[in-house]
Design a binder for this molecule. Structure first.
Ligand code: URA
Length: 211
């Protein structure tokens, strides 16, 4: 079976932003700004695979051959809450992208994700769908969100995350080998509470000031 590709974006600006995002002394306003910016960089990398068609334009002094993106704008699906922090960066590159939301909580008994909210745009089957979930920890939430997207018609999904743990990559590879993962870093491991080490803590709490 095909294995999902994992692309770690090691551009200097991504690495600079990530170091600041990781720092415990980075305040919320800067954290929000950086998460949006790094998401733009990750979406830029994801966009390399988009199909293009040839076009020709008239410049003020002649004609130029160029390309335009083929097909419909991508959709971005944010896994609540922390995925919300990535949407703005994607929208800067694709202002007409459709935005979906998927709400999942962790059942305290089974420790497995449970869906509590789903609002997705139509036409997912015709678009690249960027699944935005910053922390790929155990991978169970991302895998369930991908199940939801596929149930809703999505056929071409890329998982965009900030930091991935090896456990999460394994889960996604098992559950969705067709989905590639684009991340800013692949970290060492999970701790006993399911946090990524060294990670950056709880991305939702850092984004919304609920620490
Ligand atoms: N979710 C987070 O926000 N951080 C982690 O380290 C793991 C899951």
């Amino acid at each position: 079976m095909k294995r999902a590709a994992v692309r770690i974006v090691s551009h200097p600006l991504v690495r600079r932003d990530l170091a600041l995002l990781r720092s415990r002394s980075t305040p919320e306003p800067l954290f929000r700004e950086l998460l949006e910016e790094i998401s733009l960089f990750l979406a830029y990398e994801i966009a390399r695979g988009l199909p293009m068609s040839k076009t020709s334009v008239r410049t003020p002094v002649g004609r130029a051959e160029g390309v335009r993106l083929q097909g419909e704008e991508p959709a971005v699906a944010a896994v609540l809450r922390a995925g919300l922090g990535m949407v703005g960066g994607v929208l800067k590159l694709f202002p007409r992208a459709k935005v979906g939301h998927i709400g999942l909580y962790r059942d305290p008994g089974t420790l497995r994700p449970v869906e509590y909210y789903r609002k997705l745009p139509p036409g997912l089957d015709r678009r690249l769908v960027i699944l935005a979930d910053p922390m790929l920890a155990t991978g169970h939430s991302a895998a369930m969100a991908a199940d939801i997207l596929k149930e809703s018609g999505a056929k071409n999904i890329v998982l965009m995350c900030l930091v991935a743990a090896p456990e999460g990559v394994r889960t996604m590879r098992r559950a969705h080998p067709d989905i590639s993962i684009t991340a800013a870093a692949l970290d060492e491991k999970l701790n006993s509470h399911g946090y990524i080490v060294p990670g950056l803590g709880d991305a939702g709490d850092r984004l919304f000031g609920t620490l």
